[in-house]
Design a protein around this ligand. Structure first.
Ligand SMILES: [Zn+2]
Length: 374
């Protein structure tokens, strides 16, 4: 029972000559979607079929949309209404004249030879060139993936097609066992094979950016503030690169050795932990959660199983003799068993314990989100 996994390819379109007709199409499509949302909101309609019968004919008449665009406007509107209601918000969704246009494969858009795509507009179909990089080209032509709905998006004068692709997750062979991974503070990650992904480089870069930001804040002028803001963006991108790199390495290793990955399960951690322990997790930043997300995402795509284990005692149990005591954890980075004298890097001990728990617990697949823009 493999899950479906999805990905999105953002393709730049060479559409300069078609701008007027696309502008008109976007405007009509979003006016229609806004009107449909209003009708569904006022009449309490959230059922797709009911919505279709209520608005289809009138949508085509009022806004002059082709059949398939009318259907897609309804789909966009009903989805937005549902999502607003699910969040218990009180306002009907609205769409601006430059909102995205939903397109469905084969009916309102279709790929043509030589990197062209045909799009359905207010004035029939137009064909334009897609500006593809080598990687995008490979993604688009990969027979394992099926292209589904796409969104035509306008950003600062440029049109993009965001194509969603899906496939069944590849078959997993994890007969080789489990790699336990401890995501820490001292080290970004350590696995149960003893591979250390040090946080040293990240910390150095962060410290440098922090210094630069502080200096700029002292200056206090408008342009200095702008500069400081840009720097914080650079820092986030650096961190994200590091996380991509670590998650890629871990997942590649799992694939090569036919192993599953195991991480600590941090859901509900707050209810369980003492204040002292909570602090340990409190200090994990957004970067820590980003790394978890990347590992989950890349694992799902590679068909690697991710197991989550109960984090209780993973940092204080001796992997050699099983002795569990707070005193085993001498410092943040050092583990020394009070019973047998086994000593090691604390994060490595954590990773070994995570591995042991994962091997011994009944198989539970991690609930992971696998959707990410590429
Ligand atoms: Zn021991």
């Amino acid at each position: 029972m493999n899950k479906n996994i999805t990905r999105t390819i953002c393709i730049k379109l060479d559409l300069a000559t078609h701008d007027p007709v696309l502008t008109a199409t976007m405007k009509a499509f979003n006016s229609a979607a806004a009107w449909i949302a209003r009708v569904c909101w006022d009449e309490g309609i959230t059922n797709t079929n009911t919505a279709h019968h209520r608005v289809y004919g009138e949508t085509r008449e009022r806004f002059g949309l082709a059949a398939q665009l009318a259907v897609n406007a309804r789909a966009k509107a009903v989805e937005a209404v549902k999502s607003v209601k699910a969040k218990k918000r009180e306002t009907c969704p609205v769409f601006g004249p430059r909102g995205s246009v939903r397109m469905d494969n084969h009916h309102s858009y279709s790929f043509k030879p030589l990197d062209h795509v045909s799009l359905l507009t207010m004035e029939g179909r137009i064909t334009c060139r897609m500006i593809l990089g080598a990687r995008q080209h490979a993604m688009l032509t990969d027979p394992a993936w099926e292209s589904g709905t796409a969104d035509l998006v306008w950003r600062r004068g440029v049109y993009y097609l965001h194509v969603t692709q899906s496939r069944v997750a590849p078959d997993v062979d994890d007969t080789g066992g489990v790699i336990g991974v401890d995501l820490g503070i001292v080290n970004v990650a350590v696995d149960s094979d003893g591979q250390i992904f040090t946080g040293e480089q990240v910390r150095k870069v962060r410290a440098r950016y922090k210094r630069q930001r502080e200096e700029l804040q002292k200056v206090g002028t408008k342009s200095a503030k702008r500069k400081a803001k840009r720097k914080s963006g650079t820092e986030a991108r650096f961190q994200s690169d590091v996380n991509h790199c670590i998650s890629k390495t871990l997942v590649a290793k799992a694939v090569a050795s036919c192993k599953a990955l195991a991480l600590e399960d941090l859901t509900g951690i707050r209810e369980r932990l003492t204040v002292r322990h909570e602090q340990r997790y409190e200090r994990h930043s957004w970067a820590f959660y980003q790394l978890r997300t990347y590992i989950a995402y890349k694992s799902a795509h590679a068909g690697v199983r991710v197991t989550l284990v109960d984090p209780r005692n993973t940092s204080r149990t001796c992997p050699e003799c099983g002795h569990c005591a707070k005193a085993n954890r001498r410092t943040q980075s050092e583990f020394l068993c009070q019973q047998c004298g086994y000593t090691a890097l604390a994060d490595f001990v954590g990773a070994r314990n995570i591995q042991t728990v994962a091997v011994n617990q009944p198989m539970v697949a991690a609930p992971v989100s696998v959707c990410r823009k590429s």
